[in-house]
Design a protein. Sequence first.
Length: 260
Amino acid sequence: MKKLLLLLAVFTLTQMSFAQQQSAFKDGEWFKFKMSYSGFLKAGNATLTVKETQLNDKDVFHVVGKGWTTGMIKWFFKVKDRYETYFDASTNMPYKFIRNIDEGGHTKDLEINFDQDNHKAHINNKKYKVKKVVDTKPNIQDMVSTFYYLRNHLDTENLKTGDEVRVDMFFDEENYGFKLQYLGEETISTDFGDIVSLKFRPYVLAGRVFKEEESLTLWVSKDKNKVPLRIKADLAVGSLRADLEAVKGLKHPSRVVAKN
């Protein structure tokens, strides 16, 4: 689940094409992904849900991401992850981020409150009962809010093949930098039919998890919703693929429709 949410955040990191647009999502939006390992073995599922609410008397969107293993894989590597973000309904800037994961016995339980005015992240590591404050970059995003923030600001009409950008995000108790390259348009076959998509190549750290810097490929729908359709990753051992399986509550008309 961590990899999926990280990839979802990365695919829209294109500050060079920021332009105010109509909101790409609304209260009640829901995505479900099916994940497979090495092209044939079902690995698990993941969901993302958007709800409107209030936090400290501010209107916010509350997004919950969940991920879990299924089938044979859960017998030898069980995953149960939960991610949450609360971000401003107008500016999309995050106020609160929660990460509660169990990945094969590796656990984390973090709560981060962002002070956007003073560029601080107040971290509460509940697992180890440790609190600390870390300086952040201006207008920092967390790994989930980034996805929704850039869906609202990405000017897809002006993207050019080969465009690259660098964006700051707060991940795992530290500032994290990404570089993303736009690879152009591609029509891909999905559970919803053939859909025109925008293809991206985020650069990652090669090593323990990813095979090479260019191990990830991402596809999103070329429409006002900017729906994540597919994610592929070449790992140090095998490969991981996530495909959109079901969706509800899209704000704009789309060929990606809810399945029965």
